[in-house]
Design a protein around this ligand. Structure first.
Ligand SMILES: C[S@@+](CC[C@H](N)C(=O)[O-])C[C@H]1O[C@@H](n2cnc3c(N)ncnc32)[C@H](O)[C@@H]1O
Length: 250
């Protein structure tokens, strides 16, 4: 048995060997890919769009920039970035090919295909050269990654000096009453919605459990600093249901 197989991690509330997690996450997103966009709108009653717009407001994309959107799935963040930055280019990297295929269909429909590159790859070992992007984004992706610290180190490596990291992720709600209400909604409603719309209760059960396993805003900000980033800060969205984290490769 290799060292990696012996170490354990979490997959939602289950404890699994580190070596197994990526395959399980890949299974989840392969199964939900064709229903991913509609489920996002339903589960969040469209609020994920407001959060992604808030991400772009803070990022303020500039003409000609090169974006790498990791765990980019069906391309939501890359599309928004390109809409705000004339002449910019975006690379969407994700380990689940079927998510990228859904994104490519959307890019063709929105006439953005020539400004986008789609790459199958792992956030923990990015298939890109050092210092090759101006901006690195990851939206609702990093909590699924087996070793978050490795993904952050890779983000630092592929950014050019002066480049920007922006992470959008579900977070921990500082108000216990709101956390209680949110838990009731997410554990009782979302898996049922997944069953009805995507015929897949289990995948959505994993998705809500994985939210509760993600570190607090302060702990995650420390992890970003430990990967080498400077001027690290965060903003809560919707009272902490999600949060945006920013850092610079100085
Ligand atoms: C919840 S989706 C987010 C998609 C998109 N960024 C969005 O905000 O709508 C999470 C994505 O992370 C991808 N993913 C999970 N672990 C990954 C890893 N280690 N490397 C690359 N992609 C990963 C999954 O394949 C999936 O497409």
């Amino acid at each position: 048995m290799t060292k990696e197989q012996q170490k354990t991690t979490h997959f939602g509330f289950q404890t699994v060997n580190e070596g197994e997690k990526a395959g399980m996450v890949h299974g989840v997103f392969s199964r939900v890919a064709s229903k991913y966009d509609i489920m996002n709108d339903l589960m969040s009653v469209g609020i994920h769009r407001i959060w992604k717009d808030a991400m772009m407001d803070w990022l303020a994309p500039r003409p000609g920039q090169k974006l790498l959107d990791v765990a980019g799935g069906t391309g939501d963040v890359a599309f928004r970035f390109l809409a705000r930055a004339p002449g910019a280019e975006a690379t969407v990297c994700d380990m689940t090919e079927s998510m990228l295929i859904e994104g490519q269909k959307r890019a063709e429909a929105e006439d953005l295909a020539d400004r986008l590159t789609w790459v199958v790859g792992d956030a923990m070992a990015l298939p890109f050269a050092d210092s090759s992007f101006d901006v690195y984004t990851i939206s609702f992706g990093i909590r699924n990654v087996t070793r978050i610290a490795d993904a952050l180190r890779e983000a630092f490596r592929v950014l050019r000096p002066g480049g920007r990291l922006l992470v959008l992720e579900f977070s921990q709600i500082p108000n216990p009453a709101l956390q209680w209400a949110y838990d009731r909604y997410s554990f009782n409603v979302i898996p049922v919605m997944g069953q009805i719309v995507a015929n897949d209760r289990e995948s959505y059960q994993y998705l809500v459990e994985s939210i509760r396993k993600f570190p607090t805003q302060e702990v995650f900000a420390t992890m970003i600093r430990e990967a080498g980033f400077g001027q690290v800060s965060y903003r809560n969205l919707s009272l902490g249901i999600a949060a945006l984290h920013s850092g610079w490769k100085i």
